[in-house]
Design a protein around this ligand. Sequence first.
Ligand SMILES: CC(C)(COP(=O)(O)OP(=O)(O)OC[C@H]1O[C@@H](n2cnc3c(N)ncnc32)[C@H](O)[C@@H]1OP(=O)(O)O)[C@@H](O)C(=O)NCCC(=O)NCCS
Length: 160
Amino acid sequence: MTVTLVRDPDEAALVELCALSEEAFPGQPFSMREEVGRPWTRLWVASENSAPRAFLIGWHVADELHILNVATAPSARRRGMADHLLKCAVEYARENHLRLLLLEVRRSNGAAIALYRKHQFSVLGVRKAYYSDNDEDAVEMVLSLDPVTGQVLPRADEPF
Ligand SMILES: CC(C)(COP(=O)(O)OP(=O)(O)OC[C@H]1O[C@@H](n2cnc3c(N)ncnc32)[C@H](O)[C@@H]1OP(=O)(O)O)[C@@H](O)C(=O)NCCC(=O)NCCS
């Protein structure tokens, strides 16, 4: 597996990424095409044999990285791809002296919550009925870094 920070994916790569996104989030449209066009978007892609198998996409805004989506193709799960992507995103945050990595995750998404916990994210709060398709709550999670040393600044979970 190789992980690459991708700038300006070409049309063929975009088609593959859109298909991967649809496979990972059936019935939950995500505008990959629109997102990759924004100057502040950062996209990491994990590939095997030149085929994209997982991605992490986020926004680098000021000294924060907002993680919009992380997904692994169903047939490639539990093989460390998302783990590798998260490591790359945190490493990027350190290299760029960022202060916060932020994300929202469905309360029922135990796999993703476990992934973020493994990378030392903690709970910042809950947004009630944030997801309009089923009124599910979003759990907001955060990883705070010391922008100078890159060390994780531990913080306790807020109630959720
Ligand atoms: C969540 C998701 C990205 C994990 O991808 P993955 O490549 O299979 O994850 P990895 O193999 O790298 O696992 C890394 C860690 O995540 C957690 N994890 C992943 N899948 C899990 C599962 N099914 N149950 C519990 N924990 C899980 C574990 O902590 C794991 O570490 P471990 O292997 O040491 O136990 C994947 O299940 C997915 O694409 N889900 C659908 C899309 C989605 O919900 N994305 C998150 C949106 S916020």
